[in-house]
Design a protein around this ligand. Structure first.
Ligand code: FE2
Ligand code: FE2
Length: 255
C-alpha cells in the first residue's frame, strides 16, 4: 500500500499548488491514501473550514495540524464534526476535535495519529505517553504518526520509541525537508521533516523581508505569505499490508 504524507501546506498559494499536482501524482505513483498537514493552509495562518475542504476536495484523505491548529475560531466546530481532520492528540482534554482516526478503505483500515512535540514548543501532555494510550486502545496494523515538532532529537526519540508499533513516523512543523529517511530496525519508516507545500522563495512560507524585519527589530510584524514559484514536499511510504511495516520510503520535492 502506498501512503503519501505532505508537509505543511501554506496559504491559498500552497493549496492551489497541491491541487494542481496531487491528482497526477496519485495516479502516477499508485497512491492509496494521502495525509497532509494543514495547520497553515488558511491565508493569515491557521486552518479554516474553507481551506480544509479545499484540501479534501483536492484529494487529501486526512488532514493533520499542529501548534497553529486553533488560530481560527471558525474551525472549532469543524474539528468536532469532521473525523478526518485531526489536531495533536496531546492537547489538553477539552480542546475541540480528536487526535487520531481510522480510515476504512474497505479491505483494509489505516490509522493516523497526530502528536505535537514539547521541546522548544508549548507544553502539552507527553507525546510518548499519549501515543502509548492511543495504541493500547487499539489501532490498525497500518498506522502512521505525524509528529509536529521542532527538535530533531525529540522526533527521532519518538520514532525509536514507536519502532515496530507503528508503520511510520514523519515530522512536520519546520517547513524544511530533511534527507534522513530510513527504516528503523523493527520496520517503522521515519523522516524527521516532510518540508512544506508553499512558496520557494520564503522563510517558512512568509515573505523573507518581513521575517528579517522581525528578527532584527523584535517588533510585531504582520507576516504575509510570499508569492512566486511553489514546491510540494512530501514522502511516499510503501507499506506491507500483511505486516504493517514500511518497505520503502520515497522522499519527493515537486517544484
Ligand atoms: Fe507549519
Ligand atoms: Fe507548526
Amino acid at each position: 500500500m502506498n501512503i503519501l504524507a505532505i508537509g505543511d501546506v501554506v496559504g491559498s498559494i500552497g493549496c492551489k499548488f497541491l491541487r494542481a499536482h496531487l491528482p497526477q501524482l496519485k495516479k502516477f505513483k499508485g497512491i492509496d491514501l494521502v495525509i497532509a498537514n494543514g495547520e497553515n493552509s488558511a491565508d493569515g495562518n491557521g486552518i479554516t473550514p474553507t481551506s480544509a475542504n479545499f484540501l479534501f476536495d483536492s484529494g487529501v484523505d486526512v488532514i493533520t495540524a499542529g501548534n497553529h491548529t486553533f488560530r481560527r475560531k471558525e474551525s472549532y466546530e469543524f474539528f468536532d464534526s469532521c473525523e478526518s481532520l485531526l489536531r495533536p492528540a496531546n492537547f489538553p482534554a477539552g480542546a475541540p476535535g480528536r487526535g487520531s482516526c481510522v480510515v476504512d478503505m474497505g479491505r483494509i483500515q489505516v490509522g493516523v495519529i497526530n502528536l505535537m512535540g514539547v521541546v522548544y514548543m508549548e507544553s502539552m501532555d507527553s507525546p510518548f505517553d499519549v501515543a502509548d494510550r492511543i495504541l493500547s486502545e487499539g489501532m490498525p496494523k497500518i498506522t502512521l504518526v505525524d509528529f509536529h515538532a521542532e527538535a530533531t532529537g525529540e522526533k527521532r526519540s519518538l520514532a525509536y520509541y514507536l519502532d515496530g508499533r507503528v508503520s511510520a513516523v514523519f515530522g512536520t512543523h519546520t517547513h524544511v525537508q530533511t534527507a534522513d529517511e530510513c527504516i528503523l530496525e523493527n520496520g517503522t519508516g521515519y523522516l524527521s521533516d516532510l518540508g512544506m507545500t508553499g512558496p520557494v522563495h520564503s522563510v517558512l512560507g512568509v515573505k523573507p523581508e518581513l521575517v528579517i524585519q522581525k528578527m532584527r527589530t523584535k517588533m510585531p510584524v504582520r507576516f504575509d505569505i510570499a508569492d512566486g514559484p511553489c514546491e510540494m514536499d512530501c514522502a511516499l511510504f510503501h507499506i506491507d499490508e500483511k505486516t504493517g511495516k514500511t518497505l520503502e520510503i520515497e522522499r519527493l520535492r515537486l517544484a
